[in-house]
Design a protein around this ligand. Structure first.
Ligand SMILES: [Zn+2]
Ligand SMILES: [Zn+2]
Length: 349
């Protein structure tokens, strides 16, 4: 067995550290070694070690056991023979030593895993919402056995290794006293029972991996980078446990004429000098259709016109953002003869 690092060393604190100091050291190191942020090869191991040390030291009862007996004091079934420890405070250890604790059935129900997938949308699909078919690869309840793991020929028998207890006990002596090592039975995975001739479709797991198309309703107003949560869309639960969730990471394509910022949409309107000087009405495209824009006489290039409530709908709520039209006055670079005459006339006024 590899020697484990001292929990105080792992967190880089002294034996007399307060709970506040423990928490601060943990937060700092957890951030430093979090596998999502730290790509070093040993980051995950360091992260787990930090987590484990914190789990013990933040709990005054476990910390007291650890301070007194070291890592051995944390093993389930540890009996600090005559150590003067108050047994009343250690109900679970006390009970598992004497075998009265309820066995944790590792074959009992377990929630399914959450899954993550990605989906690309066109600009207008994100604005208006859309139903999409996406391929999802996940564990689903086995059709053959409806999740029980048992086939027609199945028989449930008591595990011959642990005689149904689900656990294997071994008594060991050490200088600290007597240990009872309680380990989950490997033959039955802790269930105490084994299924003979399990369901042939799923091998007794009760779930099977399937890849199939699922229809997903994308609500109106989603934006690039949103992570939609679809409750129950993840892996099926194990032995009747609840299913996990599906998270859909949305990316949205750019549009030829619209640009989006949150709920607001921006577009450009090119007008000529005469329209800017004298004023004119225009039809402009918005995400809700064509809208009339009134260019007042004397409008400057770069002016913004706001069309209230013509932007993107608010996700899951009522109301919409606005549409902004930026006016660009185009100065002609090529003139007809007639235009040239008129500009000359204007110039000499
Ligand atoms: Zn067993
Ligand atoms: Zn099955």
């Amino acid at each position: 067995m590899a020697t484990k690092a001292d929990f105080y060393d792992v967190l880089g604190i002294g034996k007399s550290a307060s709970q506040d100091e423990i928490r601060r050291a943990y937060r700092k190191l957890a951030r430093q070694f979090h596998p999502d942020l730290n790509k070093a090869a040993d980051a995950e191991d360091r992260f787990k070690a930090v987590q484990e040390a914190y789990d013990v030291l933040k709990d005054e009862k476990k910390r007291a056991m650890y301070d007194r007996f070291g890592h051995a004091g944390l093993q389930s079934g540890f009996n600090p023979a005559g150590g003067g420890i108050d047994f009343g405070d250690m109900g679970d250890i006390f009970e598992s030593f004497f075998g009265t604790a309820t066995r944790r059935d590792t074959h009992g129900p377990r929630a399914g895993r959450d899954l993550q997938t990605a989906l690309s949308l066109e600009f207008m699909e994100a604005v208006n919402g859309v139903a999409k078919e996406i391929d999802i690869d996940r564990l689903e309840i086995c059709d053959e056995c409806s999740g029980s793991g048992q086939g027609l020929q199945s028989e449930v028998a008591t595990c011959s290794v642990c005689n149904g207890a689900g656990q294997v006990r071994r008594v060991q002596s050490s200088i600290f006293g007597q240990f009872v090592n309680v380990a989950t039975c490997e033959n039955c995975g802790g269930a105490g029972r084994v299924v003979l001739n399990p369901c042939s479709s799923c091998g007794g797991e009760g779930r099977a991996r399937r890849r199939r198309k699922n229809s997903i309703d994308i609500p109106a107003g989603v934006d690039d980078g949103n992570n939609l949560r679809i409750p129950g869309g993840g892996d099926a639960g194990y032995r009747g446990g609840p299913p996990g969730d599906l998270f859909v990471r949305i990316s949205v394509a750019e549009h030829d004429t619209f640009r989006r910022e949150g709920l607001d949409v921006f577009s450009k309107l090119k007008i000529n000098v005469a329209d800017a000087v004298l004023g004119e009405e225009f039809q402009v495209e918005t995400v809700v259709g064509e809208e009339r824009v009134n260019i007042r006489p004397g409008t400057q290039s770069g002016s913004m016109m706001r069309l209230r409530g013509k932007g993107v709908p608010r996700l899951g709520r009522s109301g919409r953002g606005d549409h902004y039209v930026r006016v660009d006055v185009e100065v002609p670079s090529r003139l007809t003869k007639r235009e040239r005459q008129l500009y000359d006339e204007l110039k000499s006024l």
